[in-house]
Write a protein that binds this ligand. Sequence first.
Ligand SMILES: [Zn+2]
Length: 164
Amino acid sequence: MATPYGPAKGEPGYRNRQPRFRRHNRQLRNLAGIRNANRNWIALVRLTLLDIPSWSLAAAIPGLSVVADAIWLSRKDARKLAREERESGGRAIVQTFEFRRCEVCRRPLVGAEAEERRRLIILSPEARRRPCGPNCAADRKLKVWSRLTRRRAGDAVEKDSRAA
Ligand SMILES: [Zn+2]
């Protein structure tokens, strides 16, 4: 009988997902020259009471939109912001999503798109060079997304030197 996790052993579509099989598959990919790709996560925080504080604007994920009451953050920063909101009596809504950047154009991929990309790039060593979508080549040429990440990296260096 099918389980909540999928088909049972012996049924069509059954896949053994035990850690030792995952490790074995990863080792096979390593032998084939395929770099491993782990899941990364980000969080969308919606605020009901506070305005978005400046520390979290500085920590926002580059390349994703920030609106008056919602911001994309690392999960650690999202927890911090949600705690601030709770302590002031508000109620933050935090949703987490898988996250990845296209290796070609650096476009941020969120949720299903990031998951598809991760599943694609572990298929062959060349898969990381495939375009993420119709605008990938043009975006790479114009450096639309890589400019955004570089500027953020510069900010971080400034912040570090001020702290030191
Ligand atoms: Zn791309």
